[in-house]
Design a protein around this ligand. Structure first.
Ligand code: ZN
Length: 133
C-alpha cells in the first residue's frame, strides 16, 4: 500500500488524459498520454488496426491510472479505517456465563476472546490490517 502510494506521489500529478491534437495536449494525438504540463507517454501508431487498437486501449488505461488509483487508495483507506474500527475498537463486551469474567466478541469474525491483543494475532481481519500497513 505505502509503496503504491509513494510511487504515485512521485509520478507527474494527474489528471492525465489522452491527447486530442489541441494545444493543451501539446498538439499530440490519441497515441499520447498528457498532463497539463507534459507528455507522459507517446506511442507509435503503425496503421495496423489490431495492434493500434490495443495501443489505444493501453493508452486510455494509462491516462486513467492516476485518477483511478487515487480513487482506489482513498476507498481502500476508508474501508481499512472501518475494518480497523470494527476489529480493534468496537468489541461487544460481556460477562461470560455470569461468572464475572470479561470477554469480548469481535464484531467482524464473531470470535470471543478475553484478550484483545491475542485475538488480533488470530483474527483474519486483524491480520489483513497488519499486512496492509
Ligand atoms: Zn476478529
Amino acid at each position: 500500500m505505502n509503496e503504491i502510494a509513494a510511487r504515485w506521489a512521485a509520478a507527474t500529478k494527474g489528471p492525465w488524459r489522452v491527447g486530442n491534437g489541441e494545444k493543451e495536449s501539446f498538439y499530440t494525438g490519441d497515441n499520447t498520454v498528457v498532463s497539463t504540463n507534459r507528455v507522459i507517454v507517446e506511442r507509435a501508431i503503425y496503421n495496423n488496426p489490431h495492434f493500434d487498437n490495443q495501443t489505444i486501449a493501453d493508452i486510455a488505461a494509462i491516462a486513467a491510472a492516476p485518477t483511478d488509483i487515487a480513487f482506489l487508495l482513498q476507498r481502500l483507506a476508508a474501508l481499512r479505517e472501518m475494518l480497523r474500527k470494527h476489529v480493534i475498537e468496537e468489541w461487544t463486551k460481556f460477562d461470560l456465563l455470569g461468572r464475572g469474567r470479561q470477554m469480548y466478541q469481535c464484531q467482524v469474525c464473531g470470535e470471543v476472546w478475553s484478550d484483545k491483543e491475542k485475538h488480533a494475532s488470530h483474527c483474519e481481519y486483524a491480520k489483513l490490517l497488519e499486512e496492509e500497513e
